[in-house]
Design a protein around this ligand. Structure first.
Ligand code: FES
Length: 156
């Protein structure tokens, strides 16, 4: 399942930890990138084998963190909007509605062209720049409807 490049990356990751099992989050991240944005059951079986873990334990790690998309393919651009307290107080709910309208999808859905998936998440640790969202690996902060329009236009 892993490309040669990913296998090499995993070998390097193993060097960072005294115990392979400690690398589970890094390897899940690599697996998700390899799959194009989500992780399948067979990936977790492979990761468990590589790390000497039970598949159920790898699955539990992946299921706990919202950054992993377990058995749920996402669009090319996975928009994750924070709706925790700071972001909510500064208008996250209105921004979510704005994006639903602009993308013509609801939270949890992917556009028919598979370009965008819209999700909501809990605090992403950037409360000082609320309201904010993450798209793939990048943060977009101090958002407004106008800023979102430009971001979406640039990504389309
Ligand atoms: S509440 Fe949104 S980043 Fe913390």
């Amino acid at each position: 399942m892993f490309s040669d490049k990913a296998k090499e990356e995993i070998r390097q990751v193993f060097k960072k930890y005294p115990n392979k099992r400690s690398a589970v989050m890094d390897v899940l991240r690599i697996a998700q990138r390899e799959r194009g944005g989500h992780i399948e059951k067979e990936d977790m079986e492979e990761i468990a084998r590589l790390l000497g873990m039970q598949t159920v334990d790898v699955n539990a790690q992946a299921a706990f963190y919202t950054m992993y998309n377990v058995e749920k393919p996402v669009g090319k651009h996975h928009i994750q909007v924070c709706r925790n307290i700071s972001c909510s107080l500064l208008g996250a709910e209105n921004l979510i509605k704005h994006m639903e309208k602009e993308l013509n999808i609801k939270v949890g859905e992917t556009t028919p062209d598979k370009k965008f998936t819209l999700s909501t998440v809990e605090c992403l640790g950037s409360c000082g720049t609320a309201p904010m969202m993450q798209i793939n690996d990048d943060y977009y902060e101090n958002l407004s409807a106008e800023k979102i329009d430009k971001i979406l236009k640039d990504l389309k």
